[in-house]
Design a protein around this ligand. Structure first.
Ligand SMILES: [Zn+2]
Length: 59
């Protein structure tokens, strides 16, 4: 059980720092292991846009 396709998850990185992501299934988010930004997943599609992310060092 995962938010998105595991093969897709394996190649996704944070667009800011290129760090790996972890899934937060309860929140439907991908969370950066480096900066802590949280990217939304909508209908199985990760939205890897800084403008769409919440959390991270700026908050
Ligand atoms: Zn990051």
């Amino acid at each position: 059980m995962s938010l998105i396709d595991p093969q897709l998850a394996a190649i996704l990185v944070c667009p800011v720092d290129k760090a790996d992501l972890t899934e937060d299934e309860a929140a439907s988010r991908l969370v950066c292991t480096q900066c802590g930004r949280r990217y939304p997943v909508r209908d199985g599609i990760p939205v890897m846009l800084v403008d769409e992310a919440d959390g991270g060092p700026d908050e």
